[in-house]
Design a protein around this ligand. Sequence first.
Ligand code: SF4
Ligand code: SF4
Length: 301
Amino acid sequence: MFILFFSPLIVFVGTKSMRKGRDKLSYMKPETLKKELLKKCKSLGIPFVGFTPVERWQTPPQELPNTLSPWIPEEFFPQSIYPEARTVIVIGLPVALPIVETAPSIYYHELYKTVNAMLDSKALEIANFLNEKGYGSIYLPRDAYGDIKILIGKPFAFFSHKHAAYLAGMGSFGHNNVLLTPQYGPRVRFTSIFTTAQIPPDPIRMKDLCIKCLRCVKSCPVGAIPLKGDFPPPVDKKLCAVRSAQLREEYRSPCGICIKVCPVGKDRELFDRKNMKMYSEDKKFERYHKAWEHVRKYGSK
Ligand code: SF4
Ligand code: SF4
């Protein structure tokens, strides 16, 4: 053990492995570090990982498939939050479609909380892994707001994981303003790690995955997703937060409807949910509707 620094209030004790790691890996090639990180993520059961240099926030490529105009204000850039940051690592965990289909429900409510907590702990573990190797790194919380009611007055967190995931090549924005992935459509939750390490970036995904079916627009119970405008059109975050706050009082937040009705994602094959009429034709798909109604009846108001 060795003492890294001392103050009357704080004593931070580094481990031998941290010192060894720093000495040994200060020469690690960026490609090798990336391989090590991917191995670590695999061991943590993380299926989605992306890497983006912080410079992409300053100069988002002009040929992006989504307009995303206006771009994010500078105070939300990773380098504004952690000036030493060189790379943002984004990790994602999927939410299972058959559970999302019950939304709003206690079932989706519990899954949402669990996935958020898992993302927080895995991101923290990755940051610690990098710190042990001598690369200063910090995790970011999945949901950085004290209460959903805060989002009604101030509908932004201090950092956007979905923009980070976009710049890390993990998907493209859908009309519903959620990041769509080829594998799970909008049914992936993301969080991020800021690191001082330089890691080879992943290419930005140039294909627009949204098929503009507008199912999300038609299904939103509060009309928060505009039909027209720049793509993706700005969702009325206040309306969406008000709905989520109401559902929270009933123990069945978040809403999740624009997530469940989106046809994009290979998970529709995995769960045999390719027929999109199943959400509107209750008679033909009676057994599914019965199952969802059953879940919704219990555990929440
Ligand atoms: S989460 Fe619900 S309220 Fe919010 S935009 Fe989607 S469908 Fe509308
Ligand atoms: S529901 Fe349709 S319009 Fe909405 S995001 Fe998905 S593919 Fe795009």
